[in-house]
Design a protein around this ligand. Structure first.
Ligand code: TRP
Length: 455
């Protein structure tokens, strides 16, 4: 078996014996996959996109997308990874036995690369907020919207983005089990505990009932075709699909790992974190009179107000933003690992060097992203979107659905043994294959066409 990140000599060894460090353990794999899926998507993006799309009905749509399209595609990606034993490009070519399919895999690598450029911006914001919360600076002004504006308009976001890149590069360079796995094992359970504590507090705020009803009570008149597109894009984003990330992680597990189990664990984990995030954010914004559709700054404006009103708020705030930052970093690890795995194999480079090149290239595009998110480039728009918004739109709403579509086509049509690789029972296997051949592609294509105005 050829692992993309090993030298030829190493790859002839039994991977179970000689290269334990380049394999996940079973629990480590599931936690790392949850770590990849749980991140800013759940706690930063999910609340504000839900807020912009009318609340409860959108949440239901999100769950439907998660179950009907997301989980089957997730299982497909994991199977492609383990069956193809490589990076996104090589797995697509190996399994389809056609070189042309590699191009589709490459689009996924590109998507991961591009997402990292703006994801690191927001991850940097959370680090800054963690520090300011502990030091108390955050709570001095009392006007959190203004504070957020001043911060994103200044120079600090650039510094923090560099910190995020450095941290990601450092851990990625250490490899799979020594770096990625260890980190996830600590962070993911820790984040859950903090979130639960916070939820107890936010559910006792004055605006809790109003917030919960906004978040969980569906009003279908708010839904449009556009929100369906957003829901699918968000489900894919939140599960880390369509960009070869789960595929790349799937290449680092052995045959004994149950992929359906991992799929259900990741789906449940992702949904639980999103649900808790909603139960924290919406009661808070209704209590403090913040507009639910106020966009990417929502979490950074709403939550400081909640912390300020809590006993030990500075401590909780610091812990929350720190854990959020770390959850973001666990996602950064998966994002960066996709191009790193590809570069290692394609150019036969060592892990350290490949990491360095990838991180450097990401930073070149990441810097203008940061400047467009509240900084000097914010007003520089083209077709109504600035650089940050373009990258977000192109990746979440165009490349991710397309990447997901390619996975469904690969496992549904081109790769004949996909069903066996999943380890599903015969009945589930036919349901899954039917979904991958017909239901998922049709839904993805419909929603995608509507987004570019053709349906
Ligand atoms: N799922 C991540 C989140 O919710 C974001 C993300 C999207 C991601 N695609 C990814 C993370 C690929 C890692 C790999 O925040």
């Amino acid at each position: 078996m050829a692992y993309p990140f090993m030298s030829n000599k190493q790859s002839q060894q039994d991977p179970q014996k000689g290269n334990k460090s380049e394999q996940f353990s079973s629990a480590g794999f599931i936690l790392a996959a949850i770590g990849s899926s749980v991140g800013l998507g759940n706690m930063w993006k999910f609340p504000y996109v839900t807020g912009q799309n009318g609340g409860g009905a959108f949440f239901l749509l999100f769950i439907a997308c998660l179950l009907i399209v997301g989980l089957p595609v997730l299982l497909g990606e994991l199977a492609v990874g383990r069956g193809g034993r490589g990076d996104a490009v090589s797995a697509f070519t190996t399994l389809s036995r056609k070189r042309g399919w590699g191009v589709l895999g490459f689009i996924a690598v590109l998507a991961a690369f591009l997402i990292m450029t703006y994801y690191s911006t927001i991850a940097g914001w959370t680090l800054h907020y963690a520090v300011e919360s502990v030091s108390g600076i955050l709570f001095q002004s009392g006007d959190y919207a203004e504070h957020f504006k001043l911060f994103t308009g200044g120079m600090m976001p650039i510094v923090w983005q560099i910190v995020v890149f450095a941290l990601t590069g450092f851990i990625i360079a250490r490899g799979i089990s020594g770096g990625i796995e260890k980190f996830n094992k600590i962070v993911i359970p820790g984040l859950l505990i903090i979130l639960l504590v916070m939820m107890v507090r936010t559910l006792s705020l004055d605006g809790a009932a109003e917030g919960i009803s906004y978040f969980l009570k569906p009003d279908f008149s708010q839904l449009t075709f556009h929100s369906a597109l957003m829901a699918l894009g968000l489900a894919f984003f939140s599960l880390s699909l369509g960009m070869g990330a789960m595929l790349t992680y799937g290449a680092y597990v052995d045959k004994h790992q149950s992929l359906p189990l991992a799929t259900v664990a990741v789906g449940a984990g992702d949904l639980i974190y999103a649900l808790i995030a909603g139960l924290i954010i919406f009661p808070t914004i209704f209590t403090f009179g913040i507009e639910p559709d106020s966009g990417p700054g929502l979490v950074f404006v709403a939550l400081p107000a909640a912390f300020a009103s809590m006993p030990y708020g500075a401590l909780f705030g610091g812990l929350f933003f720190l854990l959020l930052a770390i959850a973001a970093v666990t996602s950064c690890l998966a994002l960066a690992e996709v191009p790193v795995a590809y570069i290692i194999r394609r150019y036969n480079l060592g892990r350290g060097k490949a990491t360095f090149y990838v991180i450097a290239a990401m930073y070149i595009i990441g810097l203008p992203c940061t400047l467009a998110a509240g900084g000097v480039l914010e007003g520089a728009t083209l077709g109504g979107r600035n650089f940050f918004q373009w990258i977000d739109f192109l990746t979440s709403n165009v490349m991710l659905p397309l990447g997901g579509l390619f996975v469904t086509l690969l496992v549904g049509y081109a790769w004949k043994q996909s069903g066996e690789e999943t380890g599903l029972s015969p009945l589930w296997r036919s349901i899954w294959l039917f979904t991958m051949r017909i239901i998922a592609p049709v839904l993805i294509i419909l929603i995608f066409l509507s987004s570019i105005g053709l349906v």
